[in-house]
Design a protein around this ligand. Structure first.
Ligand SMILES: [Zn+2]
Length: 114
């Protein structure tokens, strides 16, 4: 998890998102955010869902390709991998980033480096 990304990682994130705010999971061991994502938060847990997807696929480039191919004809709310990441994080399938009252991450057991 790279918070407050700068340099090459922030450039990579911007090239993918074309925005100032979105957090991106690039593969099975890299989440890049322009902000500070709280451990065990909704966003952290959603992105960790993408980590699990990438690890299940087994190859970061295959994960990225499959993600992009699934983007065709979908929105963030209907993209199957976004919906699955939300489900893995025990969020509503069409979660849009809004805080959830009394949210409990299913990944509470992870040790998170600050
Ligand atoms: Zn996502």
């Amino acid at each position: 998890m790279v918070n407050n990304a700068a340099g090459v990682l922030e450039l990579m994130r911007r090239l993918v998102t074309w925005d100032d705010a979105s957090t991106v999971t690039f593969g099975g061991s890299l989440i890049v955010s322009p902000k500070s994502v709280a451990p065990y938060s909704e966003l952290f847990s959603h992105e960790y869902g993408h980590i699990l997807q990438a690890r299940a696929i087994g190859d970061d480039w295959a994960y990225r390709l499959i993600y992009v191919l699934n983007t065709l004809g979908t929105s963030h709310a209907t993209h199957p991998m976004e919906r699955e990441a939300n489900q893995l994080a025990r969020l509503p399938s069409d979660w849009n980033g809004a805080p959830i009252d009394n949210y409990q991450s299913p990944f509470w057991y992870l040790r998170v480096r600050p």
